[in-house]
Design a protein around this ligand. Structure first.
Ligand code: ADP
Length: 249
């Protein structure tokens, strides 16, 4: 297993929309080889934090550092090329292509292996090998030649994750990856995230607390734009203020 180290950090991150302060003075440290959960009630500011980190929104105050580089003023496309990738950015699955072809297309996107139209044979072999590796990683071997549109909802989400991984992100941001899934797919996606996080940092917004308990090493709880508590799930779920604010007990 690779050693954890901070790869993405935010200091004093704030965002106001007019007079409304949606995110207030948030500090975050996202570590390599760890799964970090961002939880909190609706309206807590989770999506705004994701948008700030990926630079879709410009912070009102504070700074963000990615892999040692200050990205506070860096445009989102550049941040993505530096390795901070959010799942929906590339979640364009082509419904009429096979699983394999979707992954091959993803591998040829600007962050992937090549953008050339005609690939030399050696590069094509490399692309096909890498596609099969990814198919293996996410467990889509049986569906390798299936048309994407024919996959179940859960398998489609898995394919989306595979196309995200094709960009070889250093930090992967997942917005409710389990939303709308049944138990079996939740188990599958949990295993994929665990596997992926052996060599990357993962930050995920997740409402399913048993998933958080199961796969997340670190939890940050937001409430009204501020950090209410943080730590491992056991510690956070014992916190009186969290129980009151989030769990309603
Ligand atoms: P969460 O993802 O935790 O549900 P959000 O980050 O979506 O929370 O929203 C946090 C708060 O900021 C909410 O009160 C929301 O209404 C407000 N908000 C989010 N985006 C905007 C915007 N573009 N303009 C005004 N208010 C916004």
């Amino acid at each position: 297993h690779e050693e954890p180290r901070v790869v993405l950090s935010a200091r004093g991150l704030s965002k106001s929309f007019g007079a409304f302060l949606a995110v207030r003075d948030v500090d975050l440290d996202i570590q390599h080889a760890r799964v970090h959960a961002l939880i909190g009630p609706n309206g807590a500011g989770k999506t705004t934090v994701f948008n700030l980190l990926t630079k879709f929104l410009q912070p009102t105050a504070g700074s963000i550092t990615l892999l040692g580089t200050d990205i506070t003023k860096t445009p989102p496309d550049k941040v993505a090329r530096m390795g901070l990738v959010r799942s929906f950015q590339i979640s364009a699955v082509f419904p009429h292509l096979t699983v394999l072809d979707n992954i091959r297309v993803a591998l040829q996107r600007p962050n992937g292996l090549s953008t050339q139209f005609w690939l030399p044979t050696s590069a094509l072999d490399r692309l096909n090998d890498r596609a099969d590796e990814l198919i293996e990683t996410v467990g889509l071997k049986r569906e390798r030649n299936a048309i994407a549109a024919d996959l179940s909802y859960g398998r489609k989400r898995v394919l989306e994750i595979a196309t995200t991984l094709a960009l070889d992100p250093k930090v992967l941001l997942l917005d409710e990856p389990m939303a709308g899934m049944g138990q079996e797919d939740i188990g599958t996606v949990s295993n994929i995230i665990r596997e992926v996080a052996k060599t990357r940092a993962v930050l995920m917004v997740e409402h399913n607390l048993s998933v958080v308990a199961d796969i997340c090493h670190h939890v940050t709880v937001l409430q009204r734009g501020e950090i209410l508590a943080e730590g491992d799930y056991a510690a956070v779920s014992q916190d009186e203020r969290v129980r009151l604010a989030y769990m309603g007990t």
